[in-house]
Every structure is written in structure tokens, then in C-alpha cells.
Design a protein around this ligand. Structure first.
Ligand code: ZN
Length: 229
């Protein structure tokens, strides 16, 4: 399966200005720094969503008067609202005082989101890694980052790129690697019904893109059998 990263620039987290580096090295920054990633979500009108869900289901021939279904539109509205709920969080970075320069990898981070084409669930695992530069990241933030960008209708390609670019822009590591393996219910439960098929996407930046050895190490540690590059 080919995968061309598609960037939705309007959906990008604003990046801080690039540090000046006339000599190629990045300036050292003081103690913990944090970038606030807010949800950037539109307000949710649950009542309007409930009315729309009732209309939608009725239009599809679902009898909402049957016992057990009266509250279905309300439950459906809040279920979808929950899938889109995102909590603002701070991407906190710390100075890399020990000069750690090996791969940092969060492996098999589970995620789920909705494909924006069918509004059906797709879910799987993300492997998110970076080669540190001058700063390192709080470890839980790698997993939080995936959840943050998954809390909106997505394409797998864009989700992959958004996680990678956000890390690159806010942490300025020497390399970033993101691999997503996911099952799309719009593909496995309908249409071609390709049960068990998974889609793999990857985004590699910096050294992890340019250096074959680093790239191979990343894919090996992530447990991705063949390099999707
Ligand atoms: Zn789909």
C-alpha cells in the first residue's frame, strides 16, 4: 500500500520560531520549556447533534420508537462527542544534560480515531521515536501527542505526519520517526471487507530519514518487519 503524507496546514499546531543557528548548532535553552497544545476544537452542540442523529437514523429506516432505542440519538451524539474530545496539554521539554543521543521510542501506543471519509472508526498502534538534540521530552508526552491528534476526524497519513511534525517543530530533535499500523473499519467491515488488513504509514524526518542505519534501527526497535520507506 502506498502512502503519501497529506498535510492539512490549517490543522497544524503553530510552531515556535526556529532557533537561529549560524554555526549549525542549536542554542541551549534554559530549564523546562512547555508548549501548550490546545484542542482547537469547535464547540459541541450536543442537542443539535442528538436531533441530527435522530434524523439520520430515521432517514436510514431505523425505527427509534422501539424499546431500547429512544435514547439512542442522545447516546450516539455523546459517543461521537467523546471520540472528538481532546484535553489541552503541555508538551514539556527538558535540557538534554546527559547528552543522550540514542533513540527514544514509545512502542505500540494504542490509538483510535474516525476516518474523515466515512466517520467510521480506525484504530491501531503508533510507534513514535526521536533522536534527541539539545532537549528531551517527558516520556508520557509521546503517547499523549498521538491521542491529541487522534481526537478529530483524520486520515491515517495526516495523523502520522502531524505527530512527526509537531515533535520536530517543538523539540527540534536530530531525527523523528513515526509509524502507524491501523485497521480501518470502513475497509474491514464494509466495502471490500478486507478482514484483518492493516494499513501502515510512516513519517521520517531528519537523521532518521537520511541515515539508513538509524532508520533501520528505528524500524527494528519499533518491530515493523519491513521498512515501509
Ligand atoms: Zn474510511
Amino acid at each position: 500500500m502506498t502512502h503519501r503524507p497529506i498535510l492539512d496546514t490549517a490543522d497544524q499546531t503553530p510552531a515556535p520560531p526556529r532557533p537561529n543557528s549560524t554555526n549549525g548548532s542549536r542554542p541551549r535553552s534554559p530549564r523546562p520549556e512547555a508548549v501548550d497544545l490546545d484542542g482547537a476544537q469547535r464547540p459541541v452542540d450536543l442537542q443539535a447533534a442528538e436531533r441530527a442523529a435522530a434524523d439520520f437514523l430515521t432517514a436510514l429506516g431505523v425505527d427509534l420508537d422501539r424499546e431500547g432505542r429512544q435514547a439512542t440519538p442522545a447516546r450516539m451524539a455523546s459517543a461521537y462527542a467523546e471520540l472528538f474530545a481532546t484535553e489541552p496539554f503541555r508538551l514539556t521539554t527538558f535540557p538534554n544534560d546527559e547528552g543522550y543521543d540514542e533513540l527514544v521510542l514509545a512502542r505500540a501506543v494504542p490509538f483510535r480515531t474516525l476516518c474523515e471519509h466515512h466517520m467510521m472508526l480506525f484504530s491501531g498502534v503508533a510507534h513514535v521515536g526521536y533522536l534527541p538534540g539539545d532537549r528531551i521530552l517527558g516520556l508520557s508526552k509521546l503517547a499523549r501527542l498521538v491521542g491529541h491528534f487522534a481526537a478529530r476526524p483524520q486520515t491515517q497519513e495526516r495523523l502520522t505526519m502531524q505527530v512527526a511534525k509537531c515533535l520536530d517543530e517543538n523539540l527540534r530533535p536530530s531525527g523523528v520517526g513515526v509509524v502507524l499500523e491501523a485497521e480501518h473499519t470502513c475497509m474491514t467491515q464494509r466495502g471490500v471487507r478486507a478482514l484483518g488488513a492493516t494499513t501502515v504509514t510512516s513519517a521520517l524526518l531528519g537523521t532518521l530519514r537520511s541515515d539508513p542505519r538509524s532508520r533501520a534501527e528505528f524500524f527494528a526497535l519499533a518491530g515493523v518487519p519491513t521498512s515501509p520507506s
